[in-house]
Design a protein around this ligand. Structure first.
Ligand code: MN
Length: 234
C-alpha cells in the first residue's frame, strides 16, 4: 500500500521553557497587542485607541529562547527592542468574559518583541500590513514561563529593560491600557484560543535602536528575566 510522506521534515513547534520544570510549553501562535501603553503610543506619534485593541501576529517559528545571540536582521537599519509581558494560554478559550478570563492563563513570561522599525513605520504610513516590520525570523524572544499561581495577579509590577546596563524602559504593569483579562476576552471573540498561544501585551515607552554587540536584559518583578545579544549581520 502506498503511504504519503512529507517531502522534507516538517518543522516542529518551538518550545518555551517553564520555570523549575523539565516539561516545556509548545508554542502554537504568537499574538501581539499594539499600542497598549499611553506613553509608548505618544513616542510613536499616535494615540491609544480606547475603543478597541488591535493586534498583529508573529510566526511561532520566530520564537527564540532567552540568552540567545541573534544576528542583526536583514532589510533594516533601525532594529528596535520592545520589552513586554507575555501571557501563555493554558485552556481553550472562545468567547469568554473578562471576568472569567484569568482561568485560561497558564502563566506569564518576559519577552522582547524585536522590530524592524523602519519597515514598520514605512508600512504604517502607507496603510500596509506590518509583517515585514514585525513578523521576521528570530523576532520573538522569551524568558521562562512562570505558572499563574506562582506569579499571582498582574498588578503594579515593575517592567524594565537595560541595554548594556543602562535603563531604557521603566514602567509598571498597571500602566497597561488593555488589561490581561480584557485582552483574552477580546481576542477570544476572533480566535479559538488554545494552549500553546502566547500573547505579547505591548511595550512601555523608551523603545530604541540597538546595534551589533549590544546586550539587552528585560525584567518584570516576579518573573525570570529575558536577555539577548545582538550579533553581526549575516
Ligand atoms: Mn510590541
Amino acid at each position: 500500500m502506498m503511504t504519503n510522506s512529507a517531502l522534507f521534515p516538517s518543522p516542529s513547534w518551538p518550545q518555551a521553557a517553564i520555570k523549575g520544570e523539565k516539561n516545556t510549553y509548545p508554542v502554537h501562535r504568537i499574538f501581539c497587542v499594539g499600542r497598549n501603553y499611553v506613553e509608548h503610543a505618544k513616542e510613536m506619534g499616535v494615540e491609544v485607541d480606547r475603543e478597541a485593541a488591535f493586534y498583529f501576529l508573529k510566526s511561532a517559528l520566530s520564537l527564540m529562547p532567552s540568552g540567545s545571540t541573534i544576528a542583526y536582521p536583514p532589510g533594516t537599519s533601525n532594529y528596535h527592542y520592545e520589552m513586554e509581558l507575555v501571557l501563555a494560554i493554558g485552556a481553550p478559550a472562545f468567547r469568554v468574559n473578562s471576568a472569567d478570563a484569568l482561568n485560561y492563563v497558564f502563566g506569564y513570561a518576559t519577552g522582547l518583541d524585536m522590530t524592524r522599525r523602519d519597515l514598520q513605520l514605512d508600512a504604517r504610513s502607507k496603510g500596509r500590513p506590518w509583517d515585514l516590520g514585525k513578523d521576521f525570523e528570530q523576532s520573538a524572544v522569551i524568558g521562562e514561563i512562570t505558572r499563574n499561581d506562582e506569579f499571582g495577579p498582574v498588578g503594579s509590577q515593575r517592567i524594565s529593560l537595560t541595554v548594556d546596563g543602562l535603563t531604557r524602559q521603566d514602567a509598571h504593569l498597571s500602566d497597561l491600557v488593555w488589561s490581561v483579562p480584557e485582552i483574552i476576552a477580546d481576542l477570544s471573540r476572533y480566535y479559538h484560543l488554545q494552549p500553546g498561544d502566547l500573547i505579547f501585551t505591548g511595550t512601555p515607552a523608551g523603545v530604541g535602536a540597538v546595534e551589533t554587540g549590544n546586550v539587552l536584559v528585560g525584567e518584570i518583578d516576579g518573573l525570570s528575566p529575558v536577555s539577548m545579544t545582538v550579533g553581526r549581520p549575516e
